[in-house]
Design a protein around this ligand. Sequence first.
Ligand code: ZN
Length: 500
Amino acid sequence: MSHEKLRDLRCRLGEIADVSAAISLLRWDQETYMPPKAASGRGQQLATLSAIGHRLLTAPELGRILHELNDSSDQLDADDAKLVSETLYDVTRAAKLPESFVKEFEETSSQAYEAWVTARKESQFAVFQPHLEKIVGLVRQKADYLGYADSPYDALVEDFERGMTASELHRLFTELAPRLSALVARIVAKPEGDDPEWLKGNWEESARWDMSVRVLRDMGYNFAAGRQDRSVHPFTMEMGLEDVRVTTRLSPDRLFDGLTASLHEGGHALYDQGFQEKDRRTTLAAGPSLGIHESQSRLWENMIGRSLPFWNYYTPMLREHFPSQLAGVEAEDVYRALNRVHPSLIRVEADECTYNLHIIVRFEIERALIEGQAKVSEIPEFWNAKITEYLGLAVPDDARGCLQDIHWSHGAVGYFPTYALGNLYAAQLFEAILRDIPDLWSHVEHGDFRPLLSWLRTHIHQYGRRKTAGELVRDASGQTPSNEPFLTYLTGKYGELYGL
Ligand code: ZN
């Protein structure tokens, strides 16, 4: 009886979701309130729970139920059929990696992480190189276990952006890079002064905290099903639909970093709070890819949070909090300050125009490493040449070059492109939003984000994993994912700002 099997399936998925929520809660605590001495104990707790989660997911009985349900999927309704096929996908993929390999991968990457911390501090790529060589060997082995048709890179990117391939990324990025570089070159050619005087100085924390909470509330973030705390690196963590937490940071000398972080994480969190109630504790209550998740955060942070109408509403409020420091500062001043374009060496500090170029450099290197066209020892040279080619900058040392990001030390190869795809998807969705809600900006100008959130709920959030990233973008915008909306958005916005 497929009825009983479905009930059994849901019960097992509920247990897997509970273990995963417990892992997330421990991780959240690790980054927020955990006392330093708890670190090694926490590592053990996380390893134990991960092993339990993996065991539940690869249990033979679960596999059997899934295969039986899948064989008679014509008797299931569309939602149940999707639940079965998505779970079967996860289970099949998890079973392809032998336990001994997973263990070796974890041990190697935790050593690689330690080496990376030292290497970055000393700006010595040589310290990291032997560890990264092991990592590259292991991820290539992983690709072999998982299987691929064309490039081993496809098998790796699949973990983060399902269905995406090296050749499709190559196609998108080789078209995008020269056009972005050309735009940046035109902007840089325009004379621009230093940061405005009013932006300098120290900013009291509690007022900025209140502003970021206010913005989250206005966005529609549900504080009864979440909370905001502080952490070194802002993140979003979900423990089910009713508990989606965000963090932010408040550096004393950076007026806007808390707000932009809250907008970004708020975008992620609204997505996680927006899955369907009936998908609770199942495989379907998740986004289909990291790129789609990132599109939600970038849309709120950049398209909305760095727009003039947004600041027409919030500048008077901000000025009330800092009456002497911001005397005479208008929305237009804030808008300009938040949208200055500066080619820089550091990805996480990059503006909207240069950000994707940083990603393309990483993608080209990753792909060459995995496909065997480059050696790990050649990374610094490769990196520095690409940064000069795309951004016109000379890289002074590896700490500000190829050692700046944590991802490779964790063995996360194929992750970087999802950031760039997030920007592309966000622009494409936003174009559709402006078409569907012609008076969007007059709502934003009054701090009213309900039409926007309702559009996102309808076209993106509610589907969970029912649609792939490509299907979500295509169905919402009427076009397959491409570079054009992103380039049109940047050219329009920055053309006006810089008088190009
Ligand atoms: Zn993000």
